[in-house]
Design a binder for this molecule. Structure first.
Ligand SMILES: Nc1ncnc2c1ncn2[C@@H]1O[C@H](COP(=O)(O)OP(=O)(O)OP(=O)(O)O)[C@@H](O)[C@H]1O
Length: 489
């Protein structure tokens, strides 16, 4: 006598429930789950702009958008736990067959445009895209202790002998520590700091030294006793028990590359989680593209920035001790030096790639920023370095057009950058795509190669995306050709 209602929504997950008076059965992908889990997952999909037909689930889960909408404002971070742990089957992933590589030009464009249409539909239909909010919010399903993500976090922390336990995960908060006991101090590259040094350097975390506010904390600019300028990121209390702080520290401590922001030290004790990195003085790429600085980035500078980012990512993917996937490549995470060279920042979502050579991917919860998230990763929960390549494709489009991945105030057909760029590329309207702030006339062939590269990077299927190293090489060649042309002209 119950009524079965079902809907297929984004990420290929099938939700169904049977409700009869005083009783309910809830399923995700035909696996029985409890109501709380069901509703949490449904809210997540709703928040992620899936269109739920006939108000599916609204009566039982009270899908009040105001509780979740803030998590998916375009350009903000999104954190999604995967549904797994034996109760729910992971989606099957299409094999990277030969056919995957045999798209014709038109089908590629179509393939790229279609997810754009989906995003576009979301932008159009989902009121959450219209809400504005400064701070990042996260939403997460209850953490599953058997998930690979939590296991690898645990294993990684066991490997870092210098990282003390994070007391807040295991014990009630202890009072703020201002001593210089060795446990509250992590020394890296000869920087010796303790909590009181940091309090001094930041004038007791003075508002006047704040240079930024991110999802996980406030960033201060400070000068150390030896005169060195540093950025000090102080984690927010509510994020103390998150894995992001540990992740950022672990990853940063192992890498040293001129296109990646360097970790200098960190303090991890009591209520404080503080990361000290090199200070990169010239703002973010997004601020430059938004015209917040006096001069507009010229075309050559933009190419150099793209090359720098590709080199930083190639280092993470290929040459660091462990393969690292950044997972949050976006223009506001690219910091610029005085000479306008780029450094990739914010490793809060970074994680190690597959440990085994035979493994093609890791299965993990989806993290990243809306607008930059690899659709295949979102659908399958399989993370590979190609997810960074996807985000890089969107970033390259930003660099060329000056636009953000999603701009809700634009006309409908222009709201989703990838879709708009793919459409115009396929019609041969390439010069239309170029940032109008650029005063130089750029050769159409150069632009075509660049847009094609960006569109390929942001292909919906990872098999169609180039490796990051190849991306860097192609950018390098395009820049050489461009410079040769400008010298001749
Ligand atoms: N090393 C640094 N040097 C100079 N400025 C920095 C540095 N690190 C961060 N900032 C500034 O602080 C801001 C906040 O950085 P943070 O990495 O905490 O967050 P975010 O990436 O902007 O936001 P979110 O966490 O939501 O992605 C940056 O946008 C940048 O302006």
């Amino acid at each position: 006598s119950g009524v079965v209602v079902q809907a297929t929504i984004c990420s290929d997950e099938r939700f169904s429930f049977l409700e009869s008076p005083g009783h309910g059965l809830f399923y995700i992908n035909r696996h029985k789950v409890d109501k709380e889990f069901f509703c949490h997952a449904l809210r997540l999909h709703y928040a992620n702009c899936c269109h739920l037909r006939n108000n599916f689930g609204n009566n039982i889960c009270e899908l009040d958008l105001s509780t979740v909408k803030l998590a998916i404002v375009p350009g903000r971070k999104l954190l999604v736990n995967r549904v797994k742990g034996g109760t729910i089957s992971p989606p099957t992933v299409p094999h990277e067959s030969k056919n995957d590589h045999q798209f014709t030009f038109t089908s590629k464009i179509m393939g790229i445009a279609l997810p754009g249409v989906v995003i576009f539909g979301c932008v159009f239909m989902c009121p959450c895209f219209y809400s504005k909010r400064k701070k990042t919010e996260e939403i997460a399903l209850p953490r599953d202790p058997t998930s690979m993500d939590s296991i690898s976090s645990f294993e990684m922390s066991a490997n870092i002998e210098k990282v003390p336990g994070t007391p807040l995960r295991h014990a009630p908060p202890s009072p703020r520590i201002s001593s210089s006991s060795p446990t509250d101090l992590y020394r890296q590259r000869s920087i010796h700091l303790n909590y009181s040094d940091i309090v001094k350097a930041t004038h007791n975390f003075s508002e006047s030294l704040v240079i930024g506010e991110g999802g996980f904390g406030t960033v201060y600019k400070a000068r150390l006793r030896d005169g060195q300028e540093v950025a000090i990121k102080r984690a927010k209390k509510e994020h103390f028990d998150s894995a992001e702080f540990d992740s950022e520290v672990r990853i940063l401590s192992k890498i040293d590359h001129r296109n990646l922001v360097k970790l200098l030290a960190y303090v991890d004790r009591g209520n404080e989680r503080i990361i000290i990195t090199e200070y990169v003085p010239n703002g973010t790429l997004r601020q430059h593209l938004d015209g917040e600085y006096e001069s507009i980035l010229d075309f050559n500078q933009r190419l150099e920035i793209a090359i720098d980012v590709s080199h930083g990512l190639t280092h993470l993917h290929l040459y660091s001790e462990k393969q690292i996937i950044h997972r949050d490549i976006k223009s506001s995470n690219i910091l610029l030096t005085e000479r306008l060279r780029a450094k990739v920042a914010d490793f809060g979502f970074a994680r190690a790639g597959p440990a085994d050579d035979d493994q093609t991917h890791i299965s993990t919860k989806v993290k990243g920023t809306v607008g930059y998230l690899d659709p295949e990763y979102m659908r399958t929960y399989q993370l590979t370095p190609k997810s960074d390549v996807y985000s890089f494709g969107i970033l390259l489009l930003e660099i060329l057009t000056g636009r953000r991945p999603v701009e809700v105030k634009r006309d409908i057909e222009e709201r989703v950058l990838l879709r708009w760029a793919s459409y115009n590329y396929s019609k041969g309207n390439i010069t239309r795509l170029l940032d109008p702030q650029l005063e130089e006339a750029i050769d159409a062939k150069t632009l075509e190669k660049l847009f094609w590269l960006a569109i390929q990077c942001a292909a919906p299927v990872r098999a169609d995306r180039p490796e990051m190293r190849e991306v860097g090489e192609r950018l390098w060649t395009i820049r050489m050709e461009y410079q040769r042309q400008t010298r001749i002209a």
